[in-house]
Design a protein around this ligand. Structure first.
Ligand code: UFG
Length: 340
């Protein structure tokens, strides 16, 4: 199938492009390179042996989108393209709403008008806010969003569901709620390449280990967890990428879904603390990571890990790779990647 991957040069997008191609699909990339680099296409080409089609442009530009949809006959869409920095979204709410919501509306409009059959939306575990139950099932309530970024994921899920209901079977869709994606392709040829200072733990940690930054700050060690640091469900990006393929395969099949536009947690089901993650990195790489403990980061929650049974059962997908493997892969990538 021909699959349009918006944000296909980004961290999760680029890994998904590879898994799509390996599964026999034809990925078509759209990216505006606002938080990625064209050189990721070289990495993808080295892994696959060919360069997927790239359309450089913005998903909020309907003229650009129309030209892509008229040129390509798209069967399915995975819509990654979005702004994703929580703190930045509080400073620039209109930019986040315009970009994340505007692009989703335009892409869905294109999907409806060009006979696209399957649509996968990138949502986030952030929709659960500070959860009352752990592990978190999809039936847990969505909490009022604490940032415009988080709100765009909740609104996005709703827009997708309403559109799918209206389409009455011609378009099938699902939203995937990602937990914490980490790692890199095992080839070391593609990985996470945040522009500027990384917001997330693993890219920051690997940059400190590489000597590009002096110290990692652990944001708080007074959480009510066994070692006092926050707990997350860190999932290897290749596992996460494969969850998209599993989702598309069910959407393209005749299989009846129990819900219109279901949501699925994409996590391992296991929580790992920040301190455990640093120790695992040190063990697998043999590098000591200089870190200090700072205050809690505003907006962070104590613990967040998935109950992944729904996706395990309904889509037949399960995370296979360990946090140790992900950290080894992230480190291999860091050593190959350009100095920030
Ligand atoms: N952390 C540090 N030091 C750092 C960076 C992070 O100690 O320099 C800690 C955080 O306090 C947190 C953990 O590492 O306890 C993970 O933080 P990340 O920033 O890597 O990830 P978050 O869990 O905060 O956020 C991620 C995504 C969001 C998404 C959310 C959903 O980045 O987009 O998961 O749960 F909304």
């Amino acid at each position: 199938m021909k699959i349009l991957v918006t944000g296909g040069a980004g961290f999760i997008g680029s890994h998904t492009v590879i898994e799509l191609a390996l599964a026999g699909h034809t990925p078509i990339i759209i990216d505006n390179f606002s938080n990625s680099r064209p050189s990721v296409l070289d990495g993808i080409e080295s892994v696959l042996g060919y360069r997927p089609t790239l359309h450089t442009g913005d998903c909020t530009n309907p003229v650009f989108l129309t030209s892509v949809f008229e040129r390509e006959h798209i069967d399915g869409i995975i819509h990654f393209a979005a702004l994703k920095a929580v703190g930045e979204s509080l400073e620039q709410p209109l930019r986040y709403y315009r970009n994340n919501i505007g692009s989703l509306i335009d892409i869905l409009d294109m999907a409806l008008h060009h006979g696209v059959r399957a649509f996968v939306f990138s949502s986030s575990a952030t929709v659960y806010g500070d959860p009352e139950t752990l592990p978190i099932p999809e039936t847990a309530p969505r909490k009022p969003a604490t940032s415009p970024y988080g709100n765009t994921k909740q609104i996005g899920e709703d827009i997708l569901r309403d559109t799918t209901i209206m389409a009455n079977g011609t378009l099938r869709s699902a939203a995937l709620r990602y937990f914490n994606p980490i790692g890199a392709h095992p080839s070391g040829l593609i990985g996470e390449l945040p522009l500027g200072t990384p917001n997330n733990l693993v890219p920051y940690l690997t940059q400190v280990a590489a000597g590009n930054r002096s110290t990692l700050t652990v944001f708080g060690n007074d959480y009510p967890t066994p070692d006092g640091t926050g707990i997350r469900d860190f999932i290897h990006v290749v596992d996460l990428a494969q969850a998209h393929i599993a989702t598309l395969e069910v959407l393209f099949s005749e299989k009846r879904l129990l819900e219109t536009s279901p949501v699925y947690n994409v996590g391992t089901g296991t929580g790992t603390s920040v301190k455990e993650l640093i120790e695992t990195f040190e063990r697998v790489t043999g590098i000591t990571v200089p870190y200090t403990v700072g205050p809690r980061r505003s907006g962070d929650i104590t613990s967040c890990y998935a109950d992944p049974q729904k996706i395990n059962k309904e889509l037949g997908w399960k995370a296979k790779l360990s946090v140790a493997q992900a950290l080894e892969d992230a480190w291999r990538w860091q050593q190959n990647s350009p100095k920030q």
